[in-house]
Design a protein around this ligand. Structure first.
Ligand SMILES: [Zn+2]
Length: 350
């Protein structure tokens, strides 16, 4: 059995990546990858032998004989992805096509410390990997509350959590789970999921995640933008009201604090207006043409949040902004965390 954790080089990853979104012919693979037909043929034959691709059906191309279609064997490799909220842990299992095939949710105790979290994660991960052959599991992605460093997997001072100062979460989780682990901010994994799902259609987007906290994931010029220290997108802690309420970050009048206060009072119009105003500022700043809304608060009142954001978008007809709710629903952060693991498998940078 080949070791699925390592494809044989970059070309393999490119070819396999092209089979993600549907059946393709060898000719199409050569055209889209820029590789020679001979090189593609060699790679494809090896992948068929390894069980990653199957021949399935044909496509008529007018002249000449019909071409054989190749399909990805999506369950030949699987990745786990976790979303960590301040009160809840969600873990999903995604296949090589990025489709979520299983999920589980467990409560987290308020103010959980690192050892408590790692045990809770191991419990859900062990439950979900039990039926999966060990050589098919590629790793675990964790979408966590920032600030953190996605390169080292160290959580700096997760806002609203205690005992999380410079915690090497990736190392702790790898040791406990015995699997490769990647860690990123929840807002980043969420925008990874949207980018993966929509491909080239989505190049400039903000994903607004409104859960127990409020943050944004940024996709700029086709790349997830994390900033110099994985601290981009801490948008919930920009000031929207000079004399506003205190925030968990220690300041006052933050977008997150003003929104959460309105939501806690049952003032839906006020809460959604804060998000609408704040997102309008982001659109002006970045000139993105897509706004994707996600997170528990948004999913509980999707029409109200969507309408409030749409109402505050630029009115110029040459500046259209598509505003919508993530179709991945509650899974978006965890699914994106799994897709980070898959992206590495396909040889794309994190
Ligand atoms: Zn704040």
């Amino acid at each position: 059995m080949p070791n699925l954790r390592f494809l044989r080089g970059y070309n393999d990853a490119v070819v396999l990546g092209l089979t993600r979104s549907g059946a393709v012919t060898r000719v199409e693979l050569a055209e889209r990858s820029g590789l020679t037909p001979q090189a593609v043929s060699k790679i494809v034959n090896r992948m068929i032998a390894d069980g990653l691709l199957v021949e399935s059906g044909t496509r008529n191309v007018g002249v000449g004989k019909p071409r054989t279609l190749l399909r990805l064997v999506a369950d030949r490799g699987l990745a786990l992805g976790a979303q960590v909220e301040r009160d809840e842990l969600r873990v999903v299992l995604a296949d090589l096509a990025g489709d979520v095939v299983d999920r589980a949710v467990a409560p987290l105790p308020r103010g959980f410390d690192p050892p408590t979290f790692v045990e809770a994660l191991a419990e859900l991960v062990d439950r979900m990997r039990a039926p999966v052959p060990a050589d098919r599991l590629l790793g675990v992605g964790i979408g966590f509350v920032g600030p953190l460093d996605h390169r080292t997997g160290v959580v700096h001072d997760a806002t609203g959590l205690i005992g999380w100062h410079d915690v090497p979460l990736r190392a702790l989780a790898e040791r406990r789970l015995g699997l490769p682990v990647v860690v990123d901010k929840d807002t980043n994994t969420a925008v990874v999921a949207e980018s993966w799902r929509r491909g080239e259609q989505l190049r400039d987007a903000v994903l607004v995640l409104v859960g127990t906290g409020l943050g944004v994931g940024l996709l700029l010029d086709g790349q997830v933008y994390r900033g110099a220290r994985t601290n981009a997108g801490e948008f919930g802690h920009t000031t929207i009201q000079l004399d506003g309420p205190p925030c968990v970050c220690g300041r006052t009048g933050c977008v997150e604090a003003v929104h959460n206060l309105a939501a806690a009072r049952g003032d839906l119009a006020g809460a959604t207006a804060v998000v609408g105003l704040a997102v309008a500022d982001l659109v002006q700043l970045l000139d993105v043409d897509h706004v994707v809304l996600a997170g528990r608060a948004v999913l509980s009142e999707p029409e109200a949040y969507t309408a409030a954001v749409r109402a505050r978008m630029p009115v110029d007809d040459w500046l259209p902004v598509d505003v919508g709710i993530t179709p991945l629903g509650d899974d978006v952060v965890a699914a994106g965390a799994a897709m980070l693991v898959l992206s590495e498998f396909y040889g794309r940078p994190r």
